[in-house]
Design a protein around this ligand. Structure first.
Ligand SMILES: Cc1cc2nc3c(=O)[nH]c(=O)nc-3n(C[C@H](O)[C@H](O)[C@H](O)COP(=O)(O)OP(=O)(O)OC[C@H]3O[C@@H](n4cnc5c(N)ncnc54)[C@H](O)[C@@H]3O)c2cc1C
Length: 456
C-alpha cells in the first residue's frame, strides 16, 4: 500500500486530493504557477494531523503546511515529491471569552474572519495586514507576521498566549496557555512562532484580544525631507501620548503610482511631495489629532494633511497604502522586506538606488513600509528578468544591510527566497543553533525541508 492509500485509509477519502485537484490550485497569491505535489491532505482535527504526520515520518515523507498561501518568501513552495498539509478545513473559532479577552481558534481561520468575530463581541484582535482576507492565523503565527500596528501591539508573537502544535513524529504538544503571565519554565510555543512550519504544524491557538477602540483616527500627511519624517514620527507619537498605532511611509513614486489610473485611488493630497505618511491613532480624540497636526504644520514638520471624517474615507486612505499590487504591473518585479534602525533608512535607500542605477541604468524602486518599525518594502523592476538579474538586484538590496546591522527579513520570513542571505543577518552560531533545534525535533527532516537553511 503506498503512502497516499495509507493516508486515505487513515483520514478518509475526501481528505486526500491528488492529480488535477492538486495541479489546478495556484501555488501562491501573486504567483502564476500551480501546486506541484504528490497530494494535498486536508485534516479536520488535530488527531488527524498527528496521524498523518506519524505516517509521513515513518515513510520519511516530506510535508509542507499550507495556510492562505499569501506568504512572500517562497516558504510554502513544494516539489512534486512533497505532500501538502492544508489547514483549510480546520477553520473553527472554538471560543471567545469576553472576560478573559481571549479567543481559541483552529489554525486555518482566515485573519479577517477572526477580526470580525472579535469585533462582534466588542473586542479587537490587533494583527492587521493587507492580506487579511486570505491569510490564516496559522500562517500568521508560522511567519510571526507583523503588519500595520506593530508600533502599538507588537508582532503576532505578542498576541499569542498559547498554541497547540504537532511535531514531525505525530506528538501533539498542547501549550494552550490562557494567561498573560506564565514563566513556568521554557515558553515552548515560541518554537513554532516564526519558524515557517519547519518544526511543527500549528493546529490551534489562544489569542489575546483587546478592548475595541471607541475612536480610530486616520490621516495622511505630506513631508518634504526624510529627516522631518523621523522628527514627525517622534513628535506625533509623543503628542498622541502613546495612542499611535500605524505610521506607514510612502515614497513619492509609490504614492503617485497607486493614486493614478489605472489604480483605483484618487490622490487626497497632491502628488508633488517627496514623502507621504498614513498615520493611525487608536484611542485619541479628534481635537487632539487636529491640534497635533496644526502644531506639526507650524513647526514645518509636515506641509499638508487630510484627516478621514468617516469610515468610508478611512478605508479610502488605507486602500492607497494597501494597493501594493499596482507595483507588480512592472514585470518582472522583485519584492523585498528589509529592516534597519530608522536613523539608517534614508542613506540605505540612497545607497541601493545608486547601486541599481550603476548596475542597470534605468530601474523602478517603489519604496514604502512600516517606518515606525524600521521596516521598508521595496518593489524593484529593471525591465529585465532571469536568475542573473534577480541575483544582481538582491545583491544591491541585501549587501548594504551588513554594514548597518540590518535584516534581510523584517516580517516575511526566509523561505527559499532569503535562504542564501540568512548569514548576512544571523551569526554562524545562531544558524547552527537553529539547525540543532530542527534536527532534534524533526530528525528525519520531513517538515518543510530545504527552507530557511540547509541541514548540512
Ligand atoms: C497584499 C499582501 C500584504 C501583506 N502584508 C504583510 C504585512 O504587512 N506583514 C507581514 O508580516 N506579512 C505580510 N504579507 C505576507 C503574508 O500575508 C504573511 O506572511 C502571512 O502571515 C502568511 O499567512 P498564510 O496563511 O497565507 O501562510 P502561507 O503563505 O500559506 O504559509 C506561510 C508559511 O507558514 C507555514 N504555515 C502555514 N500555516 C501553517 C501552520 N498551521 N502550521 C505550520 N506552518 C504553517 C507555511 O508552510 C509557510 O512556510 C502580505 C502579503 C500580501 C499578499
Amino acid at each position: 500500500m503506498d503512502i497516499i492509500e495509507t493516508l486515505r485509509a487513515s483520514l478518509g477519502p475526501d481528505a486526500v486530493l491528488i492529480g488535477d485537484d492538486v495541479s489546478s490550485r495556484q501555488s501562491g497569491i501573486w504567483r502564476q504557477d500551480t501546486i506541484k505535489a504528490g497530494a494535498i491532505i486536508r485534516p479536520v482535527t488535530t488527531k488527524q494531523v498527528s496521524d498523518a504526520l506519524a505516517i509521513c515520518n515513518e515513510a520519511k515523507q516530506s510535508v509542507v503546511a499550507h495556510g492562505g498561501l499569501t506568504g512572500l518568501a517562497k516558504s510554502a513552495i513544494t516539489e512534486p515529491k512533497d505532500i501538502v498539509l492544508s489547514l483549510e478545513r480546520m477553520s473553527e473559532i472554538e471560543e471567545i471569552n469576553v472576560l478573559d479577552r481571549t479567543m481559541v481558534v483552529q489554525s486555518g481561520v482566515i485573519l479577517q474572519t477572526l477580526q470580525e468575530k472579535a469585533e462582534e463581541k466588542g473586542l479587537m484582535f490587533p494583527l492587521d495586514l493587507g492580506a487579511r482576507g486570505s491569510c490564516t492565523i496559522g500562517g500568521n503565527i508560522s511567519t510571526n507576521a507583523g503588519g500595520n500596528r506593530v508600533v502599538r501591539y507588537g508582532m503576532t508573537r505578542d498576541m499569542v498566549l498559547g498554541l497547540e502544535a504537532v511535531l514531525a513524529d505525530g506528538t501533539i504538544v498542547s501549550s494552550m496557555n490562557q494567561m498573560i503571565k506564565n514563566n513556568a519554565g521554557y515558553d515552548v510555543k515560541q518554537l513554532f512562532i516564526g519558524t515557517e512550519g519547519s518544526i511543527g504544524i500549528v493546529t490551534r491557538a489562544v489569542l489575546r484580544l483587546r478592548e475595541l477602540p471607541r475612536n480610530r483616527s486616520t490621516f495622511l500627511v505630506a513631508v518634504e525631507e526624510f529627516e522631518k519624517l523621523s522628527l514627525f514620527l517622534k513628535f506625533i507619537d509623543a503628542s498622541l501620548a502613546g495612542s499611535l498605532s500605524a505610521f506607514e511611509v510612502m515614497w513619492n513614486n509609490f504614492y503617485t503610482l497607486v493614486t493614478t489610473a489605472p489604480a483605483n485611488n484618487s490622490p487626497p493630497l497632491s502628488q508633488d511631495h517627496p514623502y507621504y505618511v498614513l498615520v493611525e491613532s487608536i484611542g485619541s480624540d479628534d481635537s487632539l489629532i487636529e491640534s497635533s497636526l496644526a502644531s506639526a504644520y507650524e513647526q514645518n514638520l509636515i506641509t499638508d494633511a487630510v484627516v478621514s471624517k468617516s469610515e468610508t474615507q478611512r478605508t479610502q486612505l488605507w486602500n492607497i497604502r494597501d494597493s501594493v499590487e499596482e507595483c507588480l504591473r512592472f514585470k518582472p518585479s522583485y519584492t523585498f522586506d528589509v529592516s534597519m534602525r530608522i536613523s539608517k533608512m534614508e542613506s540605505y535607500v540612497k545607497e541601493i538606488n545608486a547601486k541599481l542605477s550603476e548596475k542597470f541604468g534605468s530601474y523602478t524602486n517603489f519604496t514604502f513600509g512600516h517606518m515606525a518599525d524600521g521596516n521598508l518594502h521595496l518593489v524593484i523592476s529593471t525591465g529585465k528578468g532571469g536568475p542573473d538579474v534577480r541575483a544582481a538586484v538582491e545583491k544591491c538590496v541585501y549587501e548594504p544591510l551588513v554594514a548597518i546591522d540590518g535584516s534581510v527579513s523584517a516580517e516575511h520570513g526566509v523561505g527559499l527566497e532569503k535562504k542564501p542571505y540568512l548569514s548576512l543577518s544571523r551569526s554562524s552560531e545562531e544558524i547552527d543553533l537553529m539547525r540543532r533545534l530542527k534536527s532534534s525535533l524533526d530528525p528525519n527532516g520531513i517538515l518543510n525541508p530545504g527552507k530557511i537553511f540547509d541541514l548540512v
